[in-house]
Design a protein around this ligand. Structure first.
Ligand SMILES: [Zn+2]
Length: 109
């Protein structure tokens, strides 16, 4: 069954793919036509859209800044710093007791 059906199915699917390809080509052509007519309008719109996405990404990046919670080695209060601050500073100061401590005392970086 599979031996007989195989080639027939392949033939039918190749016809379908060809037909589909044609349709996609036609659509691309139509889309291209529409786009060239609205190009000026569209590019301004597109720029605005890209700008909006860029702004959104920036705020999301800010929101996603990774905070690390840990206990102050001096007073034991729970404090948090961003991963960035922890990586780029050797010494941090605790906002609770205002004492400075070495990052390496808390994290084995
Ligand atoms: Zn402290």
């Amino acid at each position: 069954m599979a031996i007989i059906c195989g080639p027939i199915l392949a033939w039918i699917s190749s016809l379908l793919i060809y037909g589909f390809g044609q349709a996609v080509d036609d659509l691309n052509f139509i889309a291209g036509e529409i786009q060239s007519k609205n190009q000026n309008k569209q590019s301004v719109k597109e720029k605005k859209r890209i700008k909006a996405i860029a702004t959104k990404l920036k705020t999301e990046d800010f929101d996603q800044e990774c905070y690390v919670d840990f206990a102050c080695p001096l007073c034991g209060e729970a404090i948090s710093y961003t991963e960035e601050q922890i990586k780029s500073n050797k010494v941090l100061s605790c906002p609770e007791c205002c004492e400075e401590f070495y990052v390496k005392d808390v994290f084995s970086v």
